[in-house]
Design a binder for this molecule. Structure first.
Ligand code: MG
Length: 457
C-alpha cells in the first residue's frame, strides 16, 4: 500500500471511528426547594452528604449556577425547554404555580429536552415530581418521556379537610393529610401517596430504568419531591441527622445519589454518563426550621434575590470532567438543554428563541461559559438582570409576605463576585454599568414575545 492509499484509507475510516463514539447518557437529579447552603460540599456544618461530597470531589462544582425561575412550575418548564418561562406561558403574575384545579400545562408546541433526545435515539424517563400540568394532555408521556413514575404536582397540595390546621400539619406530617396521587404513566396507582417511601421508591425506579436501558443511550430526569414541605423520610433516616427533620430528608437524598452513581459504576456506564445534581429554587424560608438554607445568599424561594435562584450544582462524568474542580462561570438549568444536545450531537430547535447555552467548554475543558448574562423573571415581570459580575434590580420583592414589588430607579446594583450577599448597593458609582444593562434589557425586550399564561386557566 503506498502512502497516498494509506492516507485515503485512514481518512475513510476516520469518520466511522468518530461515529462509533457512543452517545452519552444523561441523568439530571433535580431537588425541590434545596438551598445553596444545604450540602456538606457547599458549606453546611451539620447536614452530612458524603455521596454528594464524593460526587463533587470526582466532578465539578458550579458556584454561580441559576435555576430558570424562583418557584417550581416555571423553573421546571425552563429546565426542560431551555427557555425563559414567559416564552411558553408557564408563569403568571397572579398564580405562582400550577394547582390541582389548574386546567393548563406545558403547551404541546414546546419541545422538551426529552422529546429532542428521544428523536435522537434516547430512552427517556421522568421519575419524581412533574408539576407541568396534571391533565392527560400535559403529562410527561405527552412530552417525550417513555415513562413516568411520580407525583403530578407538589406534595403539599390536595390538603384533606379536617387535617390539622396551618403549620401544625407540617410539624408532624402524615401522608393522609394530603391526598396527593402517585402515578405510573397516565394512571394513579396510589392515593394518597405514602410520602415516607417516595425518595426510596424513586431511587428504585431510577435503578430499574438504568439497568433496563443500559445498552442504549438514555436520559433520566429524576425530580425529587423532597425537601419540599411536608418533609418525609423513610424509617432508616429518622432522627439520624444533627440538622433535624430537614437534615434527615437531605441525607436520604444524598444516599439516593450514592446508589445511582454506584449503579452507573457497576454497569460500566460511569465513563459515558453525565450526571447533574441541582435544585429548582431556593429554600422556602417561611417554613422556619423546616426550610433549607441559602447559605450566604440573600432571601429564598419565590424571590429574585440570589437565595431564590442560585443553586448548588454538581456535574459528574469521570474521565471527561476533571475531578475536584470548581467553576465560578455563569450557568443556568436552561443551559442543560443545549449542553445535552451538543454532547448527543442532536440539533437544538431553530424555529424559536432559546435561552440555552452549550456548557460543554466549561464541563470538558474548564473553559469560559458562553453565558454572559441572566434575566431574573418573577411571573412575567423582569425583576433583575445579571451582566458579568453585576446584577441590577429594577424591582425587588420578598419571596413571600410582601404583596407589591418595590421599584428602584436607579436600579439597585451589586457586584456579586465581591458581594454575593447583595448587601452593598453601588449604583451611584457605576452609571456606565447601568447604561450597559439598560441597553441589554432593551435588546432583550425587542425580541421577546411572552405567551399567554397557562397558570391562570
Ligand atoms: Mg420548588
Amino acid at each position: 500500500m503506498n502512502r497516498a492509499v494509506l492516507l485515503l484509507t485512514f481518512l475513510a475510516s476516520a469518520p466511522s471511528i468518530e461515529a462509533a463514539q457512543p452517545q452519552p447518557n444523561f441523568v439530571i437529579i433535580f431537588c425541590d426547594d434545596l438551598g445553596y447552603g444545604d450540602l456538606g460540599c457547599f458549606g453546611h456544618p451539620t447536614i452530612r452528604t458524603p455521596h454528594l461530597d464524593r460526587m463533587a470531589a470526582e466532578g465539578m462544582k458550579f458556584t454561580q449556577f441559576y435555576s430558570g425561575a424562583e418557584v417550581c412550575t416555571p423553573s421546571r418548564a425552563a429546565l426542560l425547554t431551555g427557555r425563559l418561562p414567559p416564552r411558553n406561558g408557564m408563569c403568571s403574575n397572579r398564580q405562582r404555580v400550577l394547582f390541582p384545579g389548574s386546567q393548563g400545562g406545558l403547551p404541546g408546541s414546546e419541545i422538551t429536552l426529552a422529546e429532542n433526545l428521544k428523536e435522537n435515539g434516547y430512552a427517556t424517563a421522568c421519575i419524581g415530581k412533574w408539576h407541568l400540568g396534571h391533565l392527560p394532555a400535559y403529562l410527561p408521556t405527552m412530552h417525550g418521556f417513555d415513562e413516568f413514575f411520580g407525583l403530578p404536582y407538589s406534595n403539599d397540595m390536595d390538603r384533606v379537610p379536617g387535617a390539622p390546621a396551618g403549620r401544625a400539619a407540617f410539624n408532624s406530617p402524615s401522608s393522609d393529610y394530603w391526598n396527593v396521587p402517585l402515578m405510573r404513566n397516565e394512571e394513579i396507582i396510589e392515593r394518597p401517596a405514602d410520602q415516607t417511601t417516595l425518595t426510596n421508591r424513586y431511587t428504585e425506579e431510577a435503578i430499574r430504568f438504568i439497568r433496563a436501558r443500559r445498552a442504549s443511550p438514555f436520559f433520566l430526569y429524576m425530580a425529587h419531591t423532597m425537601p419540599h414541605v411536608p418533609l418525609f423520610r423513610s424509617q432508616e433516616f429518622k432522627g439520624e441527622s444533627r440538622r433535624g427533620l430537614y437534615g434527615d430528608v437531605v441525607e436520604e437524598i444524598d444516599h439516593s445519589v450514592g446508589r445511582i452513581l454506584a449503579e452507573l459504576r457497576e454497569n460500566g456506564l460511569d465513563d459515558n454518563t453525565l450526571v447533574i445534581f441541582t435544585s429548582d429554587n431556593g429554600p422556602w424560608l417561611t417554613f422556619d426550621q423546616q426550610s433549607g438554607s441559602a447559605g450566604l445568599l440573600r432571601e429564598g424561594k419565590g424571590s429574585t434575590w440570589e437565595g431564590g435562584m442560585r443553586e448548588p450544582m454538581i456535574a459528574w462524568w469521570p474521565g471527561r470532567i476533571e475531578a475536584g474542580t470548581t467553576t465560578a462561570e455563569l450557568a443556568s438549568t436552561m443551559d442543560l438543554f443545549a449542553t445535552c444536545c451538543s454532547l448527543a450531537e442532536a440539533q437544538v430547535p431553530e424555529d424559536r428563541p432559546m435561552d440555552s447555552f452549550d456548557l460543554s467548554p466549561v464541563l470538558l475543558e474548564a473553559g469560559a461559559s458562553p453565558r454572559e448574562n441572566f434575566f431574573y423573571y418573577r411571573g412575567f415581570e423582569l425583576m433583575a438582570v445579571r451582566w458579568g459580575p453585576w446584577k441590577a434590580h429594577f424591582l425587588t420583592q420578598a419571596g413571600y409576605g410582601q404583596p407589591q414589588p418595590e421599584r428602584h430607579d436607579p436600579p439597585f446594583l451589586f457586584n456579586l463576585e465581591i458581594d454575593p450577599a447583595e448587601k452593598f448597593d453601588v449604583s451611584k458609582n457605576h452609571a456606565d454599568v447601568l447604561t450597559n444593562i439598560r441597553n441589554l434589557v432593551e435588546d432583550h425586550r425587542s425580541n421577546f414575545h411572552p405567551a399567554p399564561s397557562q397558570l391562570e386557566h
